[in-house]
Design a protein. Structure first.
Length: 278
């Protein structure tokens, strides 16, 4: 669920509405939609991207939405569809059952191929993979190590970049765990991400735990480190995690794992297996 959906979770929304046939109508529709929440004050709505989709006459719109929610400024993105006559919050392929929103998802810029985020492979490689993940996400626990190991086997021809995207509403413990991964890396621990995914953390704490001390003790035991509790609150660590999350939200990552192959979101999560083959 994206930020806009959260803001409107208590309001009644129209799935399809009739509007005039221009881009301004898409903006006005979004303003009217968001303003249904009495706690939200709209500051600005603008079109970030307009993309043709494989449905005759229809376009997907990525909107930049700036609002104030009970005194706090929030910047978010939203996706709408329009054929110039109708506006829809989503379009579903009746054959596959999948949303067409993935077709509108922004491609990654080269900024996401940050050497500091490289966890496997060759930074200079032509083929580049970017993963946004949560180390306590059940699917990620199996998937991310598979991708890492695949890249390690093809390390000359693929680069793999990793960004933290802890799903705090589902796995609060991930908030502490991702900080510990970064602290460990700064202390010289190699393959910290891979090792974290391979550990059974549930024998130490529940994924919904918010007890940083318990999570820290488990991490120190498994990694044989001596990280102190106050290190978790250091500004540089918090800044790194916040930056990762912001980078994810910029390209509308909403769940984990989300993978981009050569800048394009891969909803199948399997295209990486085609890389590195001669």
């Amino acid at each position: 669920m994206n930020k806009i959906s959260k803001l409107l979770s208590t309001t009644l929304l129209l799935s399809v509405s009739l509007y005039a046939n221009n881009d301004n109508s898409v903006i006005e529709f979004e303003k009217k939609r968001v303003s249904q929440n009495p706690n939200v004050t709209i500051k600005e709505v603008s079109i970030n991207t307009k993309k043709e989709i494989p449905l005759a006459g229809w376009n997907g719109y990525i909107l930049d939405v700036k609002v104030n929610v009970q005194g706090k400024d929030v910047n978010a993105k939203d996706i709408l569809f329009s054929d110039g006559k109708y506006i829809s919050l989503d379009l579903i392929d009746s054959t596959t059952g999948k949303s067409l929103k993935d077709l509108v998802t922004p491609n990654l810029t080269s900024n996401y191929h940050d050497k500091a985020k490289l966890i496997a492979g060759n930074h200079e490689a032509k083929d580049k993979i970017v993963i946004f993940s949560d180390p306590l996400c059940p699917y990620c626990i199996d998937y991310v190590p598979e991708v890492i190991k695949y890249v390690q086997k093809n390390s000359d021809s693929i680069a793999l970049y990793y960004y933290h995207f802890p799903l705090l509403s589902i796995h609060p413990a991930a908030g502490t765990l991702v900080k510990l991964i970064d602290i460990a890396k700064h202390k010289g621990i190699k393959d910290a991400e891979l090792k974290t995914y391979q550990i059974d953390w549930e024998k130490y704490f529940d994924v919904k735990s918010t007890d940083a001390k318990v999570i820290l003790e488990a991490f120190n035991k498994e990694f044989k480190t001596d990280i102190k509790l106050d290190e978790l609150s250091k500004a540089e660590i918090t800044k790194t995690i916040d930056s990762d999350i912001a980078m994810a939200e910029e390209v509308m990552v909403q769940g984990t794992p989300t993978i981009f192959v050569n800048g394009v979101k891969d909803s199948t999560r399997l295209k990486y297996e085609t890389l590195g083959k001669k």
